[in-house]
Design a protein around this ligand. Structure first.
Ligand SMILES: [Zn+2]
Length: 453
């Protein structure tokens, strides 16, 4: 073995156990009893540390190229590594050009080249008029296609109407592509009072859960009729959970995610003018948050990914605190793991659960067979995690580009002490050469449902 970890606690697909993990050529070559393996280099985890698989975050907006003053590949991937995330999949919008054809995917890969500290894959976009680009993008290695059903927040990435949505699904069903949907209904939001002013309750009222329910019902209905695979992004409305559960029971091929901020914060505690908490769909009430946790426990929601969507402080309009004008997005890449772990353990969940939601299931959902697990043959991606160490988030010390964070001054449990990528420790010191690689959809790896290893 090139490298061996001795871990009194490690989270494997068979549950938490005491073991040694052997690494050869950047891959896990053996998992054996504690102390049973030896190698050229030995890493002995400390008593308070747990070896986790590197997390897989399939919902990250890097915004680069084009809006690299908001975020960039260098800063986003370092924030990821600092948070125990060793694989990200970048969203097709907020960057310029948006990733809606192969030429724009090439532009993005060139922008990222040599600057990524973790492994990076890409989503494509399904927008009006690009149906003919979907197959070429799929063949070029994107993991699937994102669409909106209402204004996306940026004019260059337009939403699909009902016909466009159905056409996209029929096209994707031809080659078993995956459609990932921002599911909020435009008409429902149009009919609600407009977002304006400093009161969080007014903002919440402008994006009711009915908008999510209506959009999700439409997506599920079309998936049922077309046979397309669909994924519900950032599910934030607890009352939409039964729709997803029923569709899945009926055989619709649907997965769903939620985000650390919906599991951490509640509307009742968001101060007026605190636009760092603005995101879409919005953070809802305390009872809703518990419904999301239950849906994770029941397995109806598959994954927790961050929807890391940073911007500059100016765009958050801290000068006026107006929720109507502020950019909607929360930067959570670096603190997602401790945020979810803090909430999970207080509700009786274990690290096994957190790893399933944040590593194994996201990897399965995009068909990355070699990520998200500590198992023989998988990439030697790890996070060394101290679950009982407490800390307070300081937005100025986070590694994403701008010091804006909804988690600022929040006390969390769980510190990431080190991250490893394909058998090498990620060095976050200034000037260290990053060695992340691009990932493409794996042709052979069919997506699998949870519980299968
Ligand atoms: Zn997003």
């Amino acid at each position: 073995m090139d490298l061996v970890f001795h871990a009194a606690r490690a989270v494997t697909p068979d549950g938490e156990r005491s073991c040694s993990v052997g690494v050869s050529d950047g891959r896990v070559a053996a998992v054996d009893d504690y102390g049973a393996l030896s190698g050229d280099r030995v890493v002995e985890l400390r008593e308070d540390e747990v070896l986790l698989p590197g997390l897989v975050d399939t919902h990250v907006h890097v915004n680069d190229p084009g809006r690299s003053d908001w975020e960039g590949f260098d800063t986003a991937t370092r924030a990821a590594a600092a948070g125990g995330v060793t694989t990200i999949v970048d969203m097709p919008l907020n960057c310029l050009p948006p990733t809606v054809d192969v030429a724009s995917l090439d532009v993005k890969r060139r922008a990222a080249e040599g600057r990524i500290a973790v492994d990076v894959g890409f989503w494509g976009g399904a927008v009006p008029g690009n149906r003919g680009e979907l197959r070429p993008l799929h063949d070029a290695g994107v993991f699937g296609f994102k669409c909106f059903l209402l204004h996306s927040g940026v004019d260059e990435f337009a939403p699909l109407d009902e016909t466009g949505l159905e056409e996209a699904m029929r096209e994707l069903a031809e080659f078993d592509g995956l459609l990932i949907v921002h599911a909020e209904d435009a008409d429902t939001i149009e009919g609600a009072p407009a977002a304006h002013g400093r009161a969080y309750t007014d903002f919440l009222g402008s994006r009711p859960s009915a908008a999510e329910n209506t959009a999700i019902a439409r997506v599920l209905d079309l998936a049922r009729r077309t046979g397309a695979r669909v994924h519900i992004l950032h599910l934030a409305a607890g009352d939409a959970v039964p729709l997803v559960a029923q569709a899945r029971a009926d055989g619709v091929r649907v997965t769903a995610e939620t985000c650390p901020h919906y599991l951490s914060f509640v509307a009742e505690e968001i101060r007026d003018g605190a636009t760092e908490f603005k995101c879409c769909p919005p953070i809802r009430e305390a009872g809703n948050r518990e419904e999301l946790w239950r849906a994770l426990g029941d397995g109806v929601i598959d994954c927790v990914v961050t929807d890391h969507s940073p911007c500059t402080p100016e765009l958050k309009r801290f000068d006026t605190g107006d929720f109507g004008d502020a950019w909607g997005g929360i930067a959570g890449l670096q603190v997602g793991l401790p945020a979810v772990w803090t909430g999970a353990r207080s509700r009786g969940f274990t690290l096994d659960d957190v790893v399933r939601w944040m590593a194994q299931r996201p990897a399965e959902q995009v068909g990355l067979a070699s990520k998200g697990r500590i198992a023989v043959g998988c990439d030697a991606d790890f996070a060394v995690f101290a679950p009982d160490e407490a800390f307070v988030v300081d937005r100025t010390r986070l590694r994403h580009r701008n010091p804006v964070s909804a988690y600022h001054e929040r006390a969390l449990a769980g510190v990431v002490r080190a991250s490893w990528l394909r058998g090498r420790e990620i060095n976050l010191e200034h000037g260290a050469e990053p060695f992340g690689e691009f990932l493409s959809r794996e042709e052979s790896a069919a997506p699998v449902r949870s519980g299968q290893h």
